[in-house]
Design a protein around this ligand. Structure first.
Ligand code: GUN
Length: 753
């Protein structure tokens, strides 16, 4: 037995018959996802890198890929096999897995790339798909028409249309073999969109993004990002997306964050042939190196010089392994980052490592529909990029919606501190999502009285603020009930009532981030977002030791209060009253922001609420006056968790009808009203009532504003409440997925409840 079989990895088990071809998401971070693709040759975990195997030149044996590198899928070229008599007959007699000596998932390409390189191919559209099916591939590819980035609009349109015309014939020819439906469209946004929309209507299993090899070869990563943003939001989300010919690890983090699931790499071997080493930050030449850029198992006890002195074949093999190991390591980093919710931070870090990646990153975070970056730190980067795009006349305004597609699927709030990363911090999609929620769901309170023309801006110190400021706020509620109080954070303004909400509450960074002088013009702009733009700004530096005295003096100075209230005194009974009001305000604002309920309703619900307070004096549970437990404050991230009584209460306030479809609103990112409803079919009803999760396939309809990681109500088709839980997906995902968990049920409503 050859040495490389030492790994002795077992052959894969075929997936269950009924699951074949299905794709499910098991973890996500925004649009980045950890998925499972079910095939006859095992369940492929994604994101995955499919090494390209040239059946004529097997630089690394496929069996070694399986055994030693744990690679679950590879890609080879059916056109090369079809053209080569001996390969063809072995493949037809013994199957492609035997030809390659590989037990995992085999994807094949169709010859399109050869037609791009050599001008034409001799094989027919149906013929090549039938051939792939006949040799037992797991995922075949139709013969699409390659669109180059240097083609003009009409030429590319032709490629897109011809590819669409070939779709149905290819699907018919594939029968029950899974089929790749590539997306073409060159660098034209409209054509990418058309290609994705039209190809998505056919029954393909996977959608590769085609025509990007020359874009990557020319380091046009900004175009690469644009291609992704114009294609992916228009594809059915339940199909994995494959970046055709993308195998450079430096592109993995950005691609995965934008929704890519599969990659293929010929580069690991091609680069090795001419002594090029891949790294997550670019490519380096081995000649002249004394030390390795990255140490990997295959070169750990060799120096670059020793490798250079090897004969060409041995050198190519060892450098191919090196490149593969580096690529797999970066992929593994990305996957863990998705699980940890830090994929965008990885994108951000990697963007600093190559100028073209940086350019792509800046385009992404400043593209015209992304207007909600914190003004408080509107920075040179944004200005530079805006100027640059004006100079080149690039399409401003046409990317509407594409960035929202990323932002609207972010998890917020999250646990843990938000590591400050300079100006880029403000462009993180989950921070933008968190800000959008405040802007759209939080509203100034209706109370009249002193202070209703002013807003007090607390600044100068990081959180938590409650220990230092709750006492002051309690006094202010008594003396100036109309006053709104906001906290100035490095990522924008936040209402005081939400002071423990992540990410605003905990930015890990240098102290001076908090100490900078408040810029009144920028604060005013920011207040516009909260519809408080017409209020007079009063600032209060929290580093002042006599906070109460200082605050009251300022309010007197600004004519909000008169001299008698200078010491801010509040007697015992009134103090308790104000304290309860502050708690109710905190609770009402959390209901509004986290349960998406109208501000009036959330205040109405909270008029009578009582609270269970923990030992640190923080609110733990929110109860009705009759003791029903509506919700609990989450101490880890500042969020709010719903309880059964809360679900019943919120369900009873629903005024709109039962959702009939999945996307009833045409407006992308529609914010809706109240907790989204998920309607399940009657088979699921008893399970949900027992608290079991909602699975894809049992959902009949939902509100269009449902979002991953947000609370939702589970109802039957009569609109009766069955339970509540945390959605795992968006409405487009609910509409298309047929495997995996749709809603993690927190609790079911038993019939006797
Ligand atoms: N390999 C790299 N790019 C492409 C493409 O656009 N289509 C196909 N079929 N294969 C590719």
């Amino acid at each position: 037995m050859p040495a490389w079989r030492d790994g002795n990895r077992e052959d894969p088990k075929p997936c269950r018959e009924q699951d074949r071809g299905k794709f499910e998401i098991v973890n996500r971070d925004g649009r980045a996802r950890i998925g499972r693709l079910h095939t006859e040759h095992g369940i492929l975990e994604t994101p995955a890198l499919l090494p390209v195997i040239n059946p004529n030149i097997r630089t690394i044996e496929p069996r070694e890929m399986w055994d030693r590198y744990g690679i679950g899928a590879l890609i080879t070229n059916s056109y090369i096999i079809w053209k080569h008599e001996e390969l063809k007959s072995t493949a037809q007699n013994e199957g492609v897995h035997a030809l390659l000596d590989y037990p995992g998932v085999v994807m094949t390409d169709s010859g399109t790339f050869q037609s791009y390189v050599y001008g034409d191919v001799e094989v027919g559209v149906e013929e090549i798909v039938e051939f792939q099916r006949s040799i037992g591939v797991d995922i075949a590819t139709m013969l699409d028409v390659f669109s180059r980035p240097d083609m003009d609009y009409t030429e590319v349109e032709n490629c897109v249309e011809q590819t669409i015309e070939r779709a149905q014939i290819s699907i018919d020819a594939s029968q029950d073999t899974m089929l790749n439906g590539p997306i073409q469209g060159g660098v034209f946004r409209e054509l990418r969109k058309k290609s994705a929309t039209e190809m998505g209507k056919y029954d393909f299993s996977v959608h590769p993004i085609g025509g990007i090899v020359p874009v990557m070869e020319q380091h046009r990563y900004k175009d690469y990002a644009k291609i992704m943003l114009s294609s992916l939001p228009n594809l059915p989300p339940n199909r994995p997306v494959h970046m055709f010919g993308c195998g450079h690890p430096m592109l993995f983090p950005m691609s995965i964050a934008l929704g890519a699931d599969l990659f293929d790499s010929a580069a690991y071997a091609l680069f090795a042939r001419d002594g090029r080493l891949m790294t997550p930050w670019g490519t380096e030449k081995i000649s002249g190196l004394v030390d390795w850029p990255v140490i990997t198992p295959s070169i750990a006890n060799l120096t670059p010089k020793e490798v250079l002195e090897m004969d060409e074949k041995a050198r190519t093999v060892i450098l191919s392994k090196y490149n593969l190991e580096v690529s797999l390591a970066e992929l593994s980093r990305c996957k863990q980052a998705v699980r940890d919710g830090t994929i965008w931070r990885l994108v951000e870090r990697r963007s600093h490592q190559h100028p073209a990646l940086r350019e792509a990153f800046l385009w992404l975070v400043t593209n015209p529909s992304n207007s909600k970056i914190s003004n408080l730190s509107i920075n040179q980067m944004v200005l530079d990029e805006k100027l640059a795009s004006q100079e080149t006349g690039s399409e401003s305004g046409v990317w509407e919606g594409s960035w929202d597609w990323i932002v609207n699927s972010q998890t917020t709030p999250r646990k843990g501190g938000e590591p400050w990363g300079g100006n880029d911090t403000n462009a993180r999609p989950h921070i933008i999502a968190a800000r959008n929620f405040l802007f759209s769901r939080w509203h100034a309170k209706a109370d009249a009285g002193k202070g209703s023309s002013e807003v007090l801006i607390l600044h100068g110190r990081s959180g938590p603020w409650r220990e230092r400021c709750d006492n002051l706020l309690t006094r202010l509620i008594h003396h100036a009930p109309g006053l709104e109080v906001m906290i100035l954070t490095p990522i924008g303004l936040m209402p005081y009532s939400l002071e423990d909400v992540n990410p605003f509450t905990h930015i890990d960074g240098p102290d001076w981030l908090w100490r900078s002088r408040p810029n009144l013009q920028l604060i005013r702009d920011e207040l516009e977002n909260f519809s408080l733009g017409d209020r007079k700004i009063i600032t209060l530096d929290l580093r002042d030791d006599n906070l109460v005295i200082r605050a009251f003096s300022k309010l007197i100075e600004h004519g909000v209060l008169d001299e008698e209230s200078r010491d801010g005194l509040v007697d015992g009974k009134n103090f308790e009253n104000s304290q309860l009001k502050l708690r109710r305000r905190k609770s009402a604002d959390k209901f509004a922001v986290f349960f998406n309920i109208q501000s009036e309703l959330s205040h109405e619900l909270n008029v009578q609420t009582e609270f269970v307070i923990n030992r640190q004096g923080r609110i733990k549970n929110v109860l009705t006056s009759s003791g029903k437990h509506l919700a609990s404050f989450r101490l880890g991230d500042g969020g709010l968790s719903l309880n059964n009584d809360g679900a019943i209460e919120l369900h009873s306030h629903r005024r709109r009808g039962i959702p009939k479809g999945f996307m009833e609103s045409e407006i992308f990112g529609y914010t809706g009203e109240g907790l989204a409803w998920v309607v399940v079919d009657e088979d699921a009803e008893p399970f949900i009532r027992q608290g079991r999760n909602v699975f894809h396939g049992f959902v009949i309809s939902c509100d269009p504003w449902i979002r991953p990681d947000e609370a939702c109500l589970i109802v039957n088709s009569k609109g009766e409440l069955l339970g509540h839980g945390i959605s795992q997906c968006t409405s487009e995902e609910l509409a298309t997925f047929n495997k995996g968990i749709a809603v993690k049920t927190r609790d079911g409503i038993k019939l006797e409840d």
